[in-house]
Write a protein that binds this ligand. Structure first.
Ligand SMILES: [Zn+2]
Length: 292
């Protein structure tokens, strides 16, 4: 069943997307054992990455979002492929902060308000496309919206939400929606979009009530006729392999590898999925010859 839908309004003035990323964020939490505030930060970024990924043109293109703030959680990274699948991690996944209000996790406090959001698109060219903007609040959605406005000149409405049980930290729902105005958008359309958002329930409320992504878009854009462009079944996917880990090891250089080869075996864990790769001293010396 598809959990992400992308639409265009029939008059061609805006595109929109919505996703239920509950399963993706649950998997992220299971792998990284994140605290609630880190589950929210990572879950929001994974959802945003999934939205950016699905709009990539080439099947092998990818996008990396790096939220580098000065908060205690450290950097938050999310990578998505062109199918909308995402993976990610938080530098310090166990950070716990007091809530801003009983229901509101302090994501901005964990990420930090000073820093940058980098968007790195690998479009199969020699050099990746890199866009960077200063953080607005560290709350993720506002930071991504600023990126779209500054780097892509696209007026964007973005709502991201992750709801966890306060005590056990289980992910109840996660998801979001995004509306982007096309250059053809008239003043009238812009005000209709703004009016539609007034009083709209939080995205986590709509997901908890059982609304599917398409229903969320219909509720956020009343009066617009939406045409589905694409549907996808997205999840938490890591495509790491031994070959990829070997390439990363080779990039460390011969000296570092010779140092590591003093141990009989070395275990290298994937940052994204925690899969373990074992290397013997002779494996590492072999790689060290390739890196020389
Ligand atoms: Zn992996």
């Amino acid at each position: 069943m598809s959990n992400l839908v992308r639409c265009i309004d029939r008059s061609g003035q805006l595109t929109c997307m919505a996703a239920d990323t509950t399963a993706m964020v649950r998997e992220a939490r299971r792998i990284h054992q994140t605290s609630n505030v880190c589950t929210a930060a990572l879950g929001r970024l994974l959802t945003a990455a999934s939205f950016m990924g699905i709009t990539l043109k080439g099947a092998d293109h990818s996008v990396t979002l790096r939220l580098a703030g000065d908060g205690p959680a450290g950097s938050v990274i999310a990578v998505a492929d062109a199918q909308g699948n995402a993976r990610g991690y938080v530098m310090n996944p166990g950070v716990v902060l007091p809530n801003k209000s009983p229901q509101k996790l302090d994501v901005g406090g964990a990420v930090g308000k000073n820093g940058t959001l980098s968007v790195i698109k690998d479009l199969g060219l020699k050099d990746p496309y890199v866009g960077q903007v200063p953080l607005v609040s560290g709350e993720v959605a506002e930071d991504i919206t600023a990126y779209y406005a500054i780097s892509e000149q696209t007026p964007t409405v973005l709502s991201l939400g992750v709801l966890c049980t306060p005590d056990t930290g289980e992910v109840i729902v996660a998801g979001g929606f995004l509306i982007q105005l096309l250059p053809t958008a008239t003043e009238d359309t812009i005000s209709r979009v703004e009016e539609g958002l007034v009083g709209l329930p939080a995205v986590t409320t709509m997901l908890t009530e059982g609304l599917a992504p398409i229903d969320i878009l219909k509720k956020a854009l009343p009066g617009f006729e939406l045409e589905v462009l694409e549907e996808a079944d997205t999840g938490y996917v890591c495509d790491c392999s031994r070959a990829r880990v070997e390439r990363a090891l080779i990039s460390l250089g011969p000296e570092e590898l010779a140092e590591m080869a003093r141990e009989e075996t070395t275990e290298v864990g994937c940052q994204f999925c925690d899969r373990k790769y074992l290397f013997t001293a002779s494996d590492l010396l072999e790689l060290s010859r390739k890196s020389g």
